[in-house]
Design a protein around this ligand. Sequence first.
Ligand SMILES: NC(=O)c1ccc[n+]([C@@H]2O[C@H](COP(=O)([O-])OP(=O)(O)OC[C@H]3O[C@@H](n4cnc5c(N)ncnc54)[C@H](OP(=O)(O)O)[C@@H]3O)[C@@H](O)[C@H]2O)c1
Length: 239
Amino acid sequence: MTRHILVTGGGTGIGRAIAAAFAEQGETVVITGRREAVLKQAAGELGVEYAVCDHTSPDSLAALAERLPASLDVLVNNAGGNTDIGAAEPEGLAGTAAAWRRQFDTNLLTAVLTTELVSGRLAPGGAVVHVGSIAADKGNGSYGAAKAALASWNVGLARTLGARGITANVVSPGYVAETEFFGDIMTEEGHAARVAATAVGRPGEPADIAGTVLYLASPGARYLTGQTVNVNGGAWSSR
Ligand SMILES: NC(=O)c1ccc[n+]([C@@H]2O[C@H](COP(=O)([O-])OP(=O)(O)OC[C@H]3O[C@@H](n4cnc5c(N)ncnc54)[C@H](OP(=O)(O)O)[C@@H]3O)[C@@H](O)[C@H]2O)c1
């Protein structure tokens, strides 16, 4: 039976690869993001539906609710990114507060609000997967703190949803090239250092993350919940 999948931030990078992987399995997929042109092109190429939505905005999310199927099998909270990249140095306490709030809005509230929005329509046996980051473990200012908060919140979410047979997990990528994440700030040295930190000697690809998301949403992973799964080529180990 075809499942209904929502992938937030599915127009580019990791989210696009996740949407592509579900679509290749014959699932019905909706991708979201803030830029309609990007979504329209990706949706056309992948054969999926799209809806414009800012997942930090309750009003935008309320409009999205109208566009979603009555029942969802899988929610992938992928929308996010390091909002400090390309931003000016914050000035004073007010600037610091604004920068941290932007980071938490983008990487925690997006997932919390979207999950709240669709929780009632998640089907028994379904799955919620959030995209976290290696930054949560390695320490990376407000971005790492927001991704760590995402993983912490997920522990309780797994208990809440578990009563309905729904799993909730975080996939925590290391460095993944071929995304818009770093904008134009990635240098050759920065790339090489990140690759050198892995055990496998290569950067992550969006498809590496998609494969793990697919597994977490599969029948073989129904007893796997409340976890953070590191997908980083061995760059960081939790044991
Ligand atoms: N690339 C890496 O090395 C890496 C490593 C660890 C974790 N991650 C995480 O992986 C996830 C995907 O990032 P990526 O690497 O694939 O980078 P990306 O290409 O920049 O993808 C991020 C996507 O999220 C969307 N998005 C951001 N804020 C949004 C919002 N408020 N509402 C709706 N959509 C929003 C963006 O679309 P719009 O701009 O059009 O809204 C974009 O499509 C993020 O959560 C990121 O933190 C990435």
